[in-house]
Write a protein that binds this ligand. Sequence first.
Ligand code: NAP
Length: 312
Amino acid sequence: MALLITSTGKNLDSWVAALKEAGPEVDILTLEQDVPHERILMALAWNHPPGIFRTLPALKCISSMGAGVDHLLSDPDIPEDVAVVRIVDPMLARDMFEFVLALILGHNRRLPLFAQQQSRGLWKKKRYRRIRDTRVGVMGTGAIGHHVCMGLSALGFSVSGWGRSASREGQQPPYRRHAGAGGLASFLRDTDILVCLLPLTPETRGILNRELLSQLPRGGVLINLGRGPHVVEQDLIALLDEGHLQAASLDVFDPEPLPEGHPFWKHPGVQLTPHIASLTDPASVAPQVIENYRRLRRGEPLLHRVDRRHGY
Ligand SMILES: NC(=O)c1ccc[n+]([C@@H]2O[C@H](COP(=O)([O-])OP(=O)(O)OC[C@H]3O[C@@H](n4cnc5c(N)ncnc54)[C@H](OP(=O)(O)O)[C@@H]3O)[C@@H](O)[C@H]2O)c1
């Protein structure tokens, strides 16, 4: 049996090397090879070719190459009995924390504004906000969001998290937790900088809309690191134009790359980055991919299995 990397548009050399090192006994294949379809037990996927999973009769499990699985669950060709797993990796969470911190400090110190002033030759001071006066609200307190909340709390930010369920296995984290529709209004009311780290599911698609964003205090900032379709773009642009929101940092878009001529490219309130918040490091995650392949062979429960009913 074998593990097939069904990713397109990526150089896979580092993935193949890391997987071979973690699992020397595992047959690792890519789509560039002559694939023996009947021998593929597990697939490792990102931007997979449409329809490929239907052609693999022995397939038992598909692992996302990243934390998100929306790219897999939107594929109608994945049979119900094929397990979907994802990456949960401390390095992914740490990298995300560093990026969130960089963006928040940039907004507190008005760096995007000063970059614009520099391009216009303008010398104009603006007051800044200190860490201890900054209220950060993180939507999605899962593997990544929880780590971000913990890191920001440790630095002295005032942090709140919002998730679907009230508590994480009885833990009492050092940040306030809100949950569900009932907890949203109080969460937003006390948030200066809103960070979205939600997965994209039918429930969270379009969640960053006028109704939600207008509940932030005037002058609020949105940082979206989840997925592009979380944002209702025309609502966000209107709230920036009206001055209700001060700025938005966007790392994810629908579609990607962001099309030429899209209003986000030139909007003075938008800071954009090319889906770079946190990248999967093959060497860091190869052991968990191989562990799942071995568990599959032994018939044991898989790590980081996605609940396909909830979509994450
Ligand atoms: N931009 C980038 O470079 C980048 C990199 C990595 C990941 N990401 C994004 O980050 C996302 C999160 O990753 P993760 O590993 O932290 O995921 P995760 O562990 O599955 O956590 C998801 C969190 O979202 C919450 N949630 C899900 N549906 C919800 C809903 N309808 N209402 C309220 N809360 C909801 C969950 O609530 P419960 O705790 O109650 O279950 C959980 O706290 C990924 O799916 C991906 O989209 C982006």
